[in-house]
Design a protein around this ligand. Structure first.
Ligand code: SF4
Length: 302
């Protein structure tokens, strides 16, 4: 009887192969999540001129990269222009973005506006400059979009930014509101879209690493993140550590809102709920006045 011939052992998969497989899976997930966000919120339609705001951070690089991939197979035609605002921060490496954008062959424009001097003049030393800085940046980008007829402005905020902003508003501004995936600017002139609304920050970090984007840090100006935002980030990171998946759950909750289970009479008509007759309901003043009468009666009795 022939001795059994041992089967050749499967070649150990090389680290490079494994990394490539993981990177491909991640890229596919990002395309899927961005495509889903675009479809769910009607972010891009036929003929759109999309201005992709590029800061040089990992988020905006990832957004541009994924949008360019989706554009090739999209069911509609739209154009993409990457726009960066050079705010004249000290040591800003001006050559990095143009070199990268030329290398990938995308249409781009760099706006030069010295918002850094304004911010550092107005904000006292030691205070966080980010709020004013972002406002000025937004103003410059919106103006450029209007002057050049862009129909959509794409920003690189991701799922974790959306959840952070929700808690920031809840804890520090007493309101249930966040950062929507699509919005109309206050002046009604711009439609802002956030195609990364479903994408985890950790995935963007891994994607940026795999793609070797030439990241430019935002805080070249030396400003630190606002304390409240940092607190919320720390809290969410701890929650996620204690209960993995919690941020995803909260992110899903932002898309499943039940006004009748909250307490805002402007969102849900509690006044008409279960009302038995057509007579107008007494308003708050009438109820408050009746409460005061009782209080006085009690006081008198005492
Ligand atoms: S870190 Fe500096 S450049 Fe970035 S948003 Fe804040 S103030 Fe502006």
């Amino acid at each position: 009887m022939n001795a059994a011939i041992p089967l050749p052992l499967a070649e150990p998969q090389s680290v490079a192969q494994r990394k490539k497989r993981e990177a491909d899976k991640l890229a596919k997930r990002l395309r899927h999540q961005v495509g889903k966000a675009i479809a769910d919120f009607g972010m891009i339609e036929d003929g759109d001129k999309v201005m992709v705001c590029l800061s040089g951070g990992k988020d905006s690089y990832a957004m541009l990269d994924v949008l360019l991939q989706l554009q090739k197979k999209a069911p509609v035609n739209f154009s993409i222009t990457a726009v960066n605002l050079d705010q004249k921060q000290p040591d800003f490496p001006e050559h990095v973005l143009p070199e990268y954008l030329r290398s990938i062959g995308v249409d781009f424009h760099i706006i030069e506006q010295d918002t850094y001097s304004v911010v550092s003049r107005v904000i006292p030393e030691g205070k966080t400059m980010c709020s004013l800085c972002s406002r000025l940046r937004r103003g410059a980008l919106y103006t450029y979009a209007e002057d050049h007829g862009y129909t959509k402005i794409a920003l690189g905020h991701h799922r974790d930014d959306l959840v952070n902003t929700f808690f920031l508003n809840l804890f520090f501004h007493a309101k249930l509101s966040g950062m929507p995936p699509k919005l109309l600017s206050d002046d009604g002139k711009h439609v802002v879209i956030r195609p990364l609304a479903y994408v985890r920050e950790a995935d963007i970090e891994a994607y940026a690493e795999a793609k070797q984007f030439p990241i430019i840090p935002c805080n070249l100006c030396g400003s630190q993140e606002n304390l409240q935002r940092a607190q919320v980030k720390k809290m969410l990171a701890q929650w996620e550590k204690d209960t993995p998946g919690r941020v995803e759950t909260m992110s899903r909750a932002l898309g499943d809102i039940r006004p009748s289970q909250l307490s805002d009479p402007n969102l849900f008509d509690f006044l008409s709920l279960g009302k038995r007759g057509d007579a107008a309901l007494p308003d708050a003043h009438a109820w408050l006045a009746s409460g005061e009468t009782h209080a006085t009666d009690t006081d008198d009795a005492a």
